[in-house]
Design a protein around this ligand. Structure first.
Ligand SMILES: Nc1ncnc2c1ncn2[C@@H]1O[C@H](COP(=O)(O)OP(=O)(O)OP(=O)(O)O)[C@@H](O)[C@H]1O
Length: 537
């Protein structure tokens, strides 16, 4: 990150000297955290969380050096005089960014479609620039983004702004010529087909298309019949409010994508409902949770949308949409191909593929990162963390899910939470976040021993910490022992046992846990990934 800031400073013109305080002579850990505009994950660590260079009169192009700040979550460059294009590979430069504010600058050219690949983006401000062309559809579809995010860019058009109507004379002529040409070719084909192709061929083709149409009709009919029984329970206002957090999807769409909620697509059963694997026409996979009862889990349903639909983080399960139609309540998440963590820790005999130690460390680190962000950035507590609600993507990156019991630590966090019913149950309970710390410790024990925390603790009641640790050491998953990681295993056991301290105040905060863990393992993880990057070339 030091290199990142150094290259940013070098690439920008700073007429007002705001960045002159960025003095790189110092070498103490965390020295960059005191620089103007730099916010670190932790004050003693050179790892930038946010970079806020608002209103500094900076000139030059988009600072590509930002890609070296690998843990960056927010970039604010508002009110400067930056110019040139927004880099087309922006998602590679800012893979984990959740807020990007480039407003009130002089950026020009088209908005790169690649911005939509910044999958954790919640806030995007591009207004008051000199951008032109059509707003890429993939960005317009990110409906957390508002019209004001794009306003005051002379040449910009398309949703959520006004449609692109304007055509130059040349374009109109070119289009006219293309239309004329297409019309002649189409006429020729029509005449050829009418006279030369045997009717039998056409009939055969029609038959082939029929099943798809029939399926669509059946789905529509089902929706129609459900609609007749429909009694509107929640007010339209709540639905509208929810649309601000996530996309509303249609029942027919999800019905088709899950093959009518068919048994072949069912991937799990939970307290709230059944989860199905869904395939969208564009090839995306979703996990669709279909609630058993729309009234019973209303609060949980809304919380999932308000938290997982609204906030993106690499360790939170992304909610891509929801559906409220008739009696149906559906939640559509990104599909996690490696399922739940519990499935890997307690596999059936036939599926006993063990997780290697480095993978377990990556999972532990990811959960700590996600929880730390949740507590210290969003002021939200999960309150039901367990190995079942940690889902693993194709790279075994963990994603925290199931926010149905979550609480906001501050009741008036944000105007958006002003819901008209009892959802925003802000909690005044002191130390409520330490419940998550305890649960985190339990999950880590489970990650190391392969057994539920309760099973291991029973015989340890009354022992002091060091003999408990030895006790736990005895119950470590056999597949991990003697592979050269024993010291690391013991270190993680120690962190976990601090988390399950009986006295609330003695448990560390999630930020402390994460910082401790990342100091030990994140460098190792980065080294590993750069090694594998190198071996690719
Ligand atoms: N996004 C997803 N991708 C892949 N599989 C998922 C996804 N979401 C859920 N699942 C699977 O579906 C199962 C059921 O999930 P669900 O969240 O309904 O139940 P749960 O984790 O037991 O929690 P609860 O009891 O609160 O409902 C999970 O164990 C998991 O295997």
């Amino acid at each position: 990150d030091i290199y990142c800031l150094r290259s940013i400073k070098k690439s920008l013109e700073d007429p007002n000297g705001y960045l002159s305080s960025w003095n790189f002579d110092n070498n103490t850990e965390g020295f960059i955290c005191k620089f103007t505009g730099v916010n670190c994950w932790h004050d003693d660590e050179n790892r930038v969380l946010y970079l806020n260079l608002t209103n500094m009169g900076l000139k030059g192009q988009f600072p590509r050096g930002i890609q070296n700040c690998t843990s960056l979550s927010g970039l604010y460059l508002r009110r400067n005089q930056l110019s040139g294009p927004i880099p087309s590979d922006i998602s590679k430069l800012l893979p984990f960014v959740t807020s990007l504010d480039l407003s009130s600058n002089r950026f020009s050219g088209e908005i790169p479609t690649g911005i939509a690949n910044c999958t954790y983006l919640n806030v995007l401000r591009l207004d008051n620039n000199q951008l032109s062309g059509k707003i890429p559809q993939s960005i317009a579809l990110m409906n957390r983004l508002k019209e004001s995010s794009f306003a005051n860019n002379g040449g910009l058009c398309g949703a959520p702004l006004a449609p692109c109507m304007h055509k130059t004379l040349y374009n109109s002529f070119k289009e006219g010529a293309i239309i004329g040409y297409s019309f002649s070719v189409t006429s020729f084909i029509v005449i050829y087909l009418s006279y030369c192709v045997p009717w039998a061929l056409i009939i055969k083709k029609r038959k082939k298309n029929r099943p798809k149409k029939v399926k669509q009709m059946v789905a529509n009919q089902i929706c129609q019949s459900l609609a007749e029984n429909y009694t509107q329970r929640e007010s339209q206002e709540i639905f509208k409010l929810l649309e601000r957090f996530s996309s509303r999807m249609s029942l027919v769409e999800l019905y088709n994508a899950t093959e009518c909620f068919g048994m072949d697509n069912d991937i799990g059963i939970g307290k709230m409902g059944m989860t199905y694997k869904a395939t969208l026409p564009n090839g995306w996979f979703l996990a669709v949770k279909r609630l058993y009862d729309p009234d019973l889990f209303k609060r949980q349903f809304v919380l999932e949308i308000m938290i997982l639909g609204r906030y993106r983080h690499r360790n939170m399960l992304p909610l891509l949409g929801f559906c409220i139609e008739k009696e149906e309540r559906l939640l559509a998440y990104q599909y996690m191909s490696n399922g739940s963590l519990s499935h890997w820790l307690q596999p059936l005999e036939s599926e006993a593929i063990r997780l290697e130690w480095p993978v377990r460390v990556k999972i532990a680190l990811g959960i700590a990162r996600g929880l730390s962000w949740l507590h210290h950035e969003l002021y939200i507590v999960h309150l039901r963390l367990c190995s079942e609600c940690i889902l693993l993507d194709q790279n075994f990156d963990p994603k925290i899910s199931n926010f149905g019991d979550a609480k906001f630590m501050s009741p008036n966090l944000d105007d958006d939470f002003d819901l008209s019913f009892e959802v925003n149950n802000g909690s005044d309970e002191v130390g409520i976040e330490k419940k998550d710390v305890y649960d985190f410790g339990s999950v880590i024990f489970e990650l190391i021993t392969g057994k539920k925390f309760g099973q291991v603790t029973d015989f340890l009641i009354g022992t002091d910490q060091s003999s408990s640790l030895l006790g736990f050491y005895e119950s470590i998953d056999d597949s991990l022992i003697g592979k050269g990681f024993d010291n690391e295993i013991f270190t993680l056991l120690k962190i976990a046992s601090d988390c399950v301290e009986g006295v609330l105040e003695e448990r560390p905060t999630m930020l402390e846990v994460y910082n401790k863990m990342s100091a030990i393992w994140e460098r190792h993880e980065l080294m590993e990934s750069s090694k594998s990057d190198m071996s690719k070339h």
